[in-house]
Ligand binder design. Structure first.
Ligand SMILES: Cc1ncc(COP(=O)(O)O)c(C=O)c1O
Length: 382
């Protein structure tokens, strides 16, 4: 089944045995279940932290969307990432991470190092030799990368990294928050896990913070589910409900946002105070061939380099349609300076290694009229 069909009617495809034939996934907002009244169910529900029919329905959709065995929906994207890492790694193990990772992931890895002596080795995943050398020289248990990376928008060859993970017998996880399963399915490229924040494109309306972790095998899914219950990472039924509202339009939103972002990127290239415009859907993007091979749609996130910190601050201050907001993938357009906002907890050397500074601006293009957005940017960049 194609992704659009799966997402158009999640109530039908979620596996929930609803006696009333609900046309939307019903919200079971309840802490407990009467176990005596569930004679015919496959799962006997007892407590919503462990399992809840509303959450299980969304998990079933995500597992299908990502071609995985099972999914655990967590209360945020970072909760899903920490569940992944803490379930797999123990004290003394190492994790290999693409250098350009989300600021919150970097913060989490620092805490894990301090508390559990779980070391992080960073590498540039667009350089396969660097990844292989890191695998040869360190006790790596898990590889983790985003693609495109946030905020530098590097595209990682997932199949190549998947092959390396097999060669060195380590697990491989992809943070699919930005691309989403509408663009790419990491498990098809050899990953063992796809982990993502549904706060962004997947829910799409900025109304929820939530996340998900899809495992390729039953064995790993069972462990993730067990730990999610033990750590208390469960997503609430109301957050599931808000997430499901965005699903039928996900593919279409992403396509329209991509088109708009291409036009905006071409406009930004003509502005003299902008030194660089990065957007993987542009034909002159360095890894355009890989983008075409790996992704069905490009998420509408652009990163631009202005000529000074002052120009960046002025742009953020003067735009009227673009909010000064972290996060991306929502219906409303937004701007941020990653070094001061989403990646503010990164050390200066870490930011420098990603090639970002106070003149780097990340733009998330929403669903507004493209001409209106360009008009707004024009006046703000004058
Ligand atoms: C690439 C990436 N992964 C994970 C997260 C964390 O997701 P959440 O904010 O839902 O915890 C973010 C948040 O910005 C992100 O950009």
């Amino acid at each position: 089944m194609k992704i659009e069909t799966l997402l158009a009617n999640v109530a039908q495809h979620c596996g929930l045995n609803d006696p009333y034939g609900s046309t939307h996934i019903p919200v079971y907002s309840t802490a407990t279940f009467d176990m005596k009244r569930q004679n015919d169910n496959d799962v006997i529900y007892d407590y919503s932290r462990t399992d809840n029919p509303t959450r299980n329905a969304l998990e079933s959709i995500f597992a299908k969307a990502e071609n995985g065995y099972g999914c655990v929906c967590a209360n945020t994207g970072i909760a899903a990432i920490s569940l992944l890492i803490e379930t797999i790694l123990k004290t003394g193990d190492s994790i290999l991470v693409e250098r350009d990772c989300y600021g919150g992931t970097y913060r989490l890895l620092n805490i894990l190092l301090e508390k559990n002596n779980i070391a992080t080795v960073y590498a540039d995943f667009t350089n396969e030799q660097e990844v292989e050398t890191a695998l040869q020289n360190n006790p790596i248990k898990l590889i983790l990368c985003e693609s495109p990376t946030n905020p530098s928008l590097k595209v990682v060859d997932l199949e190549a990294i998947g092959n390396l993970s097999k060669k060195y017998n380590v697990l491989f996880a992809v943070d699919n928050s930005m691309a989403t399963f509408a663009a790419q399915k990491p498990l098809d490229f050899g990953a063992d896990f796809s982990v993502f924040s549904t706060t962004k494109f997947v829910s799409g309306h900025g109304s929820v913070t939530a996340g998900a972790l899809v495992s390729k095998t039953e064995e790993w899914h069972t462990k993730m589910h067990y730990h999610a219950n033990a750590y208390g990472r469960a997503q609430s039924p109301m957050d599931v409900f808000l997430t499901t509202l965005g699903l039928p339009t996900l593919v279409y939103r992403m396509k329209v946002q991509e088109e708009s972002a291409i036009t905006i990127a071409e406009f930004l290239k003509t502005v003299t105070k902008i030194k660089e415009v990065k957007f993987p859907a542009l034909k002159d993007f360095a890894q355009y061939e890989l983008v075409k091979k790996q992704m069905k749609v490009v998420p509408a996130v652009l990163t631009i380099q202005l000529d000074s910190e002052e120009s960046a601050n002025t742009l953020l201050a003067k735009t009227k349609l673009f909010g000064k907001k972290v996060s991306f993938g929502t219906a409303d357009s937004r701007l941020e300076i990653p070094a001061q906002m989403s990646h503010a907890t990164n050390s200066e050397s870490c930011l420098a290694s990603k090639g970002i500074d106070n003149a780097t601006v990340r733009i998330s293009v929403g669903l507004e009229n493209t001409e209106d957005l360009i008009q707004d940017l024009t006046q703000a960049l004058q």
